[in-house]
Ligand binder design. Structure first.
Ligand SMILES: [Zn+2]
Length: 455
């Protein structure tokens, strides 16, 4: 093995990793130290991806393989008809659970020159994102590119660039004949869903928890809702995985922070439905999923209002589980009620969310009411449609309609914007001129109502 080149061993071509020639480098420094001390227990290196979660296992094998396993590895890919090499740094995020659902995010630096980087990437904080997705799915960058193309055609949309990931390069690695993937395909035929490794080099984004004040959190989430609307209305893309993990922050060179809608791995083009196994309707990150999506019999369609409902849960969990600056709430060692949401299954989450929507809630009231009255309205409509006969139905035809897309106008982007444009009675920044005009109009109407009603 020591004599074999990484290329020969390589599961991924052009990936050059010291551990592929020398498995001893898989050990992290703590274990190496222990192993070096005579009389101490002997440790062994485990293969990459080895399970480390077993109780007691962490004590014996702390972080095996080491979280720095990719540090110093390099990857070479095609870039503008030449090859470009990047060196890996710290792993920022790695997937857990089902393959294809997670994305590996690792810091990288450009090695375009023997002495380091001498290109336009020099002063950029870069990451490489790698996801192992079904090849029937559009890779994330397809969605981002669609947005970029729209902005390129009309500079009025420029504002949205601050709120989308910035992609510098992309590549795909198919698994052909002879690979494990290829052999599985030969064995199982159409029953085997082929996957591809998609990679991209993107500007680094920061976790929502890196923000420091409540107002910054308010602005970031408001930014992301505005971006979500733009992406849905203009690019006809539905994100489908709103969660705290996918809300990120961009730090501009002047210190301004922008909320960024990140991770389009589960997105779909609204007008181009696909019938692949991974484009099924029940998708997303469980604690944030719309309550209907917890039902295994629910058949969709997935709508923008489901993502808006996810924004409600994300804001709720953010406020209840975390406290500024980005630390977890610690209340006498006990878990908060919403902590359990992070570990609950579909049945439990479904009933907890239904209860939450239907009871009086002291805050986030406007969004909660919109959802509540929307669903109550739908139930009323369904009962009524069952009870009236055909003649009555004909008579009532005009009245008996219900717009499920918006729960009859209750759960809309307008409602979200009206709810979110101020924070502690001081305006947040509304990003598009169209939405600013809407906010101005809404404020005038609201103020005149206040005067008329005397409150
Ligand atoms: Zn460079």
């Amino acid at each position: 093995m020591y004599r074999t080149s990484p290329e020969t061993l390589g599961i991924i071509s052009n990936f050059d990793a010291p551990f592929m020639c020398d498995p001893a480098t898989l050990l992290n420094s703590e274990i190496k130290e222990k192993a070096a001390q005579p009389g101490k227990e002997k440790t062994v290196a485990l293969p990459p991806g080895a399970k480390t979660e077993t109780a007691g296992h962490d004590k014996l094998f702390p972080q095996v393989p080491s979280k720095d396993i990719l540090h110093g590895c390099t990857y070479t890919f095609e870039y503008k008809d030449k090859s470009r090499k990047v060196k890996f740094g710290k792993v920022l995020f790695r997937p857990h659970g089902i393959l294809g659902r997670g994305t590996l995010v690792v810091e990288v630096t450009c090695c375009c020159n023997d002495d380091g980087c001498a290109c336009a990437w020099k002063d950029l904080d870069l990451v490489m994102k790698l996801s192992f997705a079904s090849n029937t799915r559009d890779p994330e960058v397809t969605f981002i590119q669609e947005c970029m193309d729209i902005v390129a055609r009309d500079p009025a949309h420029n504002w949205v660039l601050n709120h989308l990931p910035e992609v510098h390069a992309t590549f795909s690695i198919p698994f052909g004949p002879g690979t494990v993937q290829g052999r599985l395909k030969e064995e199982f035929g159409d029953d085997y869903e082929e996957r591809e490794l998609h990679g991209s080099i993107q500007s680094r984004l920061y976790e929502l928890m890196s923000l420091e004040t409540s107002r910054e959190f308010g602005q970031a989430i408001y930014d992301i809702v505005q971006c979500h609307e733009w992406v849905h209305e203009h690019a006809r893309i539905l994100h489908r995985d709103i969660s705290l993990k996918n809300m990120m922050v961009r730090r501009a060179s002047d210190g301004t922070k922008f909320g960024v809608l990140n991770d389009f791995d589960l997105a779909l083009f609204v007008d181009r439905p696909k019938a692949s196994p991974t484009s099924n309707h029940r998708t997303g990150t469980r604690p944030f999923m719309a309550h209907e999506q917890h039902d295994p019999d629910w058949k969709g369609p997935v709508l923008a209002r489901h993502d808006l409902e996810s924004f409600f849960y994300a804001t709720l969990l953010l406020s209840c589980i975390y406290e500024k600056p980005g630390g977890k709430v610690v209340s006498s060692g006990a878990k908060t009620h919403y902590d359990t949401w992070l570990e609950s299954g579909d049945d439990s989450l479904s009933s907890q969310k239904i209860r939450l929507l239907h009871k009086k809630h002291p805050w986030l009231r406007r969004i909660q009411w919109a959802l509540r009255f929307g669903f109550v309205g739908r139930e009323y409509f369904e009962v009524l449609s069952d009870e009236v006969d055909e003649d009555q139905m004909h008579e009532l035809n005009k009245k008996l309609t219900f717009d499920d897309k918006t729960l009859n106008g209750k759960v809309t982007y307008d409602m979200m914007i009206m709810t979110m444009y101020t924070f502690n009675e001081v305006d947040l920044v509304t990003r598009s001129s169209k939405r600013q005009a809407f906010v101005d109009q809404f404020r005038l109407k609201w103020e005149s109502q206040r005067k008329t009603r005397g409150f």
